[in-house]
Structure formats: C-alpha cells, structure tokens
Design a protein around this ligand. Sequence first.
Ligand SMILES: Nc1ncnc2c1ncn2[C@@H]1O[C@H](COP(=O)(O)OP(=O)(O)OP(=O)(O)O)[C@@H](O)[C@H]1O
Ligand SMILES: Nc1nc2c(ncn2[C@@H]2O[C@H](COP(=O)(O)O)[C@@H](O)[C@H]2O)c(=O)[nH]1
Length: 205
Amino acid sequence: MEEKGLLIVLSGPSGVGKGTVRKAIFDQPDVNFEYSISATSRKPREGEVHGVDYFFKSREQFEDMIANDELLEHAEYVGNYYGTPIEYVKKTLEEGKDVFLEIEVQGAKQVRDKFPDGLFIFLAPPSLKELENRIVTRGTETDELIRNRMKAAREEIEMMNLYDYVVENDRVEHACERINAIVVAEHLRRERVEKRYRKLLEEEK
Ligand SMILES: Nc1ncnc2c1ncn2[C@@H]1O[C@H](COP(=O)(O)OP(=O)(O)OP(=O)(O)O)[C@@H](O)[C@H]1O
Ligand SMILES: Nc1nc2c(ncn2[C@@H]2O[C@H](COP(=O)(O)O)[C@@H](O)[C@H]2O)c(=O)[nH]1
C-alpha cells in the first residue's frame, strides 16, 4: 500500500456556505490541507486574483482543457464552466499531502467515480427555509435564479446519501470543527487498516 494524501471533497447545494466554510478552514493557523485552485470561465469578482481564487479562463481555453484531459472533473454551473485541474491534485496526493476540493455536486459525483477512496463530505443547511434565507441575504441572485437554485437544492439534497459524511452548517465554526474531526478520524482509520494489511503480508512471508 502506498503512502498517499487524502482527497477531501466538500460539496453541497448552492448557498449552503461551502465557500464560507472552506475559507474559514483555510484561515486556521494549523491547517494541513492543500487547496486545489479551480479553473473557471466566469469573470473575476472584485478583489479576486488569478491563480489565488481561481484560474480564470475564456470559454475557449476551458474547452481546450476539457479536450486535453486536463481536468479531474468539470461542470457547467449557472452559465459558467468550473473544473479541477488534475495535475496538481495527482502530484500533491503523491507527495503524501491532503488535497481539499470545494465543488458543486455534479463535479463531486465525477470525482467519486474516479477517486472512490476520497473522503466525501456533504454540507447541509439546517433547513430549506434557512438555505433560501442565505441565498436571498447574499444578494447575488435574481428572484428567478433563487427559485431555480432552490429547485436544484431539493434534488442535490437527495444525493446526500452518496457521501461519506453529512455536516450541518448551522454555525460556520461548528461546521469547521466537525470537518477537522472527520479528517483526523479518517486518517486514524486508514492507519489502522494499513497496519492490519502490513501484518497480514508479514504473516504470509
Ligand atoms: N453557518 C452560516 N450561518 C449563516 N449564514 C451563513 C453560514 N454559512 C454561510 N452563510 C452565508 O450564506 C451565504 C452563502 O454562503 P456561500 O456563498 O459560502 O455558499 P456556497 O455554498 O459557496 O454558494 P455557491 O455554491 O452558490 O457559491 C453567504 O451570504 C454566507 O455569508
Ligand atoms: N464542479 C466544480 N464546481 C466548482 C469548482 N470550483 C468551484 N465550484 C463551485 O462552483 C459554484 C460557484 O462558485 P462561485 O465562486 O462562482 O460562487 C460553487 O458551488 C463552488 O463550490 C470546480 O472546480 N468544480
């Protein structure tokens, strides 16, 4: 068995707080994960920096990345492409470091197929009403988009049983603590499995 990093995938419906929780996790002083910067065809928002927040691409450049198999997964989301560059993920895992992806649910499903050994965490809202409140309060969507996102959210929530863990995002700091605890527990579990596996191999000699 090779020593490899853990691929951690945080996903969930639009507006549940994935971006907020991810930022809080990476603001911790002793964070041990490497963040995989996504590529997107959406335009940078004020303050966003190429190579820090995203790799900003034109649609044509993004389609070339798809054609050249440069992406682990990709999805079209609210009219823009989003995808995970595969090279960085592979290289970092090979170095034994944990890689953290924050992606929407279509992409998470593709990663599950390619990396079944990953750790898949679904971030859930306390209620659908609170989810709607968060999307409305964020103030980035029209009424029609809010309705579409809420319809999509109901379907996305039905997919939560495909994940290893469901974490409720009631309060950001609680969600971060739960995610940290899940990752620590998963490392311990894998170490135990690895030890047992080595022992079995030793006994066979
Ligand atoms: N635990 C929380 N309690 C209250 N508000 C929250 C919480 N977490 C996030 N929010 C707020 O909810 C809104 C949506 O959060 P965020 O943009 O992080 O969601 P997202 O899941 O990344 O959305 P999208 O997938 O659409 O990008 C933001 O206004 C954010 O400040
Ligand atoms: N499938 C993927 N989804 C991604 C990726 N990077 C981000 N995202 C998700 O897109 C939406 C919108 O993001 P925003 O920055 O425009 O608000 C959000 O749900 C992100 O989680 C990716 O590489 N692949």
